[in-house]
Write a protein that binds this ligand. Structure first.
Ligand code: NOJ
Ligand code: CA
Length: 560
C-alpha cells in the first residue's frame, strides 16, 4: 500500500504541549517519570523452599534479573494473609505477609534489597473489600452490636432485595445481606453511600462515624507499609469504594484525601489505580492509571477482538485487533480512547498500558516472536509508565485446559510458573512437580530466560534493548510528547513521533503481514535506526519515505 497524501502530526495537535490543560498540582514523585514496572504474581515467580509456591526470598533472588531488563519498579500482587479464594485478593490481615510467601521481615528485606539496586516496590492494596475470614468481617457478621457492625455494607433483613448491588444472604446469624464487591466471599468495606436512600437507614452517608473509621483504618494500613519501606500501591478496583456514587464524585473525593496524605507525608510514594479511566483516576489523585480491558476498548482493540466478551480467557477471537497479522484491525479506536484520556491527564498523571496482567490472557497467545517484538516496540516507546507482566518478556505462553486455581477461572492459564531454565521445573522450584502451584507450560520448546539470554535475537534481548534506549533518551520518557500521525478507520501502520525539545524519535509499527509504504511530511537532516526490524526510512524531497515489510517495527532518531 502506498499512501500518497503525506501524513502530518495533525491528529495529535491537542496532545501537543502548546495547548495543555492547566496544571493544578505536581505530577507526583519524580521517579515515575522514568519508571518501568514489572508485575510479579508472587505464587509463580520463584520458589526457594521447595513447597511449590513462589515466595518473597524468590523475588529477592531475582531482583538483579528484573533490573537487568531495564525495569526499575515492581508491583507485587497481594501477598497478605488470606484463604486464597481469589489468589490473595481476599485479604484476612492487611498487615501480615502470608506465611507461604515468608514474613513481614522478608518483605522489609525485599524493600531494602530492591532499593540497593535502584528498584521501587509497590504493593497491592485491596481497599474495597476483605475476605470473609478477616476478623473485622467475622465481628461484623455477628448478630450482636459491636465496633465492626457497620464496617461492611449490610442491609437490615435477609429477605430485603437490593436490586442494584450484589448481595449475599444467609451467611451468618446476623439478619441482613451483605454487599459483595467481587466474589461472594469478598464483602465490601463500608465507604458509605454518596446518595443514601432516606428510606433505608442502613445506607450510611459518607461522613457517618463508622464509615470514617473504615477510611481511617485504610489510611493506617497504607502508612504502615509506607513506613516499612514500600514505595507505593497499586490499588485494586479503585473506583469501587463508595456505593451509589454517580460520576464517582465521592470515591474521587476520598482518594484525593489519600493523595493529600501522601503529598504531605510520603511525597515519594506512588499511587497507581486499577480504574481503567485515567481521566477519572488522575483527577482522583492517582499518579498512574492502568488503561486495560474494561471501561472502554483501548487494550482490547489493540490485542483482542473488540467484540469479544471473553475478556479474561484467551479463547477470544483476535482477528480484528490492531496487533494482528491479518491486517483487518485498526488502531483508530485505540487512539480515540487513549488520546482522549491522554489530553486530559498528561499534565497531571500517567497512563499505563501494560503488556498484560494476571486477569488477562497471555499476550503471546496466537502470536509469533516477531509479532511480540512489534508489540513491545510499541508498548515500550509510549509515554506514561510501561508495565511488563512477569514472563511476557520471554513470551511465556497461556497454558490451556487447567482447572481453575484460587478463583482464577479463565485467568489461571496466565498465572503459571515463570520459566527460568531448561532444568527441573523450569528452574521455578526444586520441589516435586506434583506440588507446584500450577503446572509449568508442558509444550516442547517452551521459552526460558536461560535460552533467551544466550540468543541475541531473542524477545528478552529486544525488551532489554528497548528499555536501554528508553532510559538513555529523554524524548522517550514518560512525560514527553506523543504525536501520532494519521490513523484511519481501515488498517494502516501506526507511526508516531516522541519528542523533547530538539530530540525526536520516529516509531513505526506494522503488525500486519502486508508491506506498506508511507510518505511523511517530516523534515530532518538525517535518520539513524536504533531498534527494530524490517523498516527502512529515507529522506525524500521535503519528507521521509518509510518502507515497512510485513510484521515490522522500527525506532529512528531524527537528527536535525
Ligand atoms: C482486580 C484484580 O486484579 C483481580 O485479580 C481480582 O480478582 C479482583 N480485582 C477482586 O479483587
Ligand atoms: Ca515457596
Amino acid at each position: 500500500m502506498l499512501v500518497r497524501k503525506p501524513l502530518r502530526p495533525a491528529e495529535a495537535r491537542a496532545a501537543d504541549p502548546r495547548s495543555p490543560p492547566s496544571v493544578r498540582r505536581p505530577k507526583g514523585p519524580a521517579w515515575l517519570r522514568h519508571a518501568v514496572f514489572y508485575e510479579i504474581y508472587p505464587q509463580s515467580f520463584l520458589d526457594t523452599n521447595g513447597d511449590g509456591i513462589g515466595d518473597l526470598p524468590g523475588i529477592i533472588r531475582k531482583l538483579d534479573y528484573i533490573a537487568s531488563l531495564g525495569c526499575n519498579a515492581i508491583w507485587i500482587n497481594p501477598c497478605w494473609l488470606s484463604p486464597f479464594g481469589d489468589a490473595g485478593y481476599d485479604v484476612a490481615d492487611f498487615c501480615r505477609v502470608a506465611p507461604r510467601y515468608g514474613t513481614n521481615a522478608d518483605l522489609r528485606r525485599l524493600f531494602r534489597e530492591a532499593r540497593r539496586r535502584g528498584l521501587r516496590v509497590c504493593l497491592d492494596l485491596v481497599a474495597g473489600h476483605t475476605s470473609v475470614e478477616h476478623p473485622w468481617f467475622k465481628a461484623s457478621a455477628q448478630p450482636g452490636k459491636n465496633p465492626q457492625t457497620n464496617w461492611y455494607v449490610w442491609n437490615s433483613s435477609v429477605w430485603e432485595d437490593v436490586p442494584d448491588l450484589a448481595t449475599v444472604q444467609g451467611f451468618s446469624a446476623r439478619d441482613g445481606r451483605y454487599v459483595a464487591n467481587f466474589f461472594h466471599f469478598q464483602p465490601a468495606l463500608n465507604f458509605g453511600f454518596a446518595r443514601p436512600d432516606p428510606r433505608k437507614p442502613w445506607q450510611l452517608p459518607v461522613d457517618h462515624p463508622d464509615v470514617l473509621r473504615v477510611r481511617a483504618e485504610m489510611k493506617r494500613i497504607m502508612r504502615y507499609w509506607l513506613d516499612a519501606g514500600a514505595d507505593g500501591f497499586r490499588v485494586d478496583m479503585a473506583s469501587s469504594l463508595v456505593k451509589r456514587d454517580p460520576g464517582y464524585q465521592q470515591t474521587m473525593a476520598w482518594w484525593r484525601e489519600v493523595r493529600a496524605m501522601c503529598d504531605r507525608d510520603y511525597p515519594d510514594a506512588a499511587l497507581i489505580s486499577e480504574w481503567s479511566s485515567p481521566r477519572h483516576a488522575i483527577a482522583a489523585g492517582f499518579h498512574v492509571d492502568f488503561l486495560i480491558h474494561f471501561n472502554g476498548l483501548a487494550y482490547t482493540t489493540l490485542f483482542r477482538h473488540e467484540r469479544s466478551r471473553d475478556i479474561f480467557g484467551v479463547r477470544a477471537r483476535y482477528g480484528h485487533s490492531f496487533f494482528d497479522r491479518s491486517g483487518r484491525g485498526s488502531v483508530a479506536e485505540f487512539l480515540r480512547t487513549y488520546l482522549r484520556h491522554y489530553r486530559l491527564t498528561r499534565r497531571t498523571g500517567y497512563i499505563s498500558i501494560p503488556s498484560g496482567n494476571h486477569d488477562i490472557g497471555r499476550l503471546s497467545e496466537g502470536r509469533t516472536v516477531a509479532e511480540l517484538k512489534v508489540i513491545f516496540t510499541f508498548l515500550l516507546t509510549l509515554p506514561g509508565v510501561p508495565c511488563i507482566y512477569y514472563g511476557d518478556e520471554i513470551g511465556l505462553r497461556h497454558v490451556h485446559g487447567l482447572p481453575s486455581k484460587e478463583g482464577g477461572y479463565g485467568r489461571t492459564g496466565a498465572r503459571t510458573p515463570m520459566q527460568w531454565t531448561g532444568g527441573r521445573n523450569a528452574g521455578f522450584s526444586t520441589g516435586s512437580r506434583h506440588r507446584l502451584y500450577l503446572p509449568i507450560d508442558p509444550k516442547a520448546g517452551r521459552p526460558t530466560v536461560e535460552t533467551q539470554l544466550n540468543d541475541p535475537e531473542s524477545l528478552l534481548h529486544h525488551v532489554r534493548r528497548l528499555l536501554r534506549l528508553r532510559a538513555e533518551s529523554p524524548a522517550l520518557g514518560g512525560d514527553e510528547d506523543f504525536l501520532p500521525l494519521g490513523a484511519t478507520s481501515r488498517y494502516r501502520p501506526l507511526v508516531y513521533l516522541r519528542r523533547k525539545g530538539a530530540e525526536r524519535f520516529l516509531v513505526a509499527i506494522n503488525p500486519a503481514r502486508t508491506e506498506h509504504e508511507l510518505l511523511l511530511r517530516i523534515r530532518t537532516k538525517s535518520v539513524a535506526g536504533c531498534v527494530g526490524s524490517g523498516v527502512s526510512v529515507e529522506i525524500s524531497g521535503s519528507g521521509l519515505r518509510l518502507r515497512m515489510r510485513g510484521v515490522s517495527h522500527g525506532v529512528f532518531r531524527l537528527i536535525p
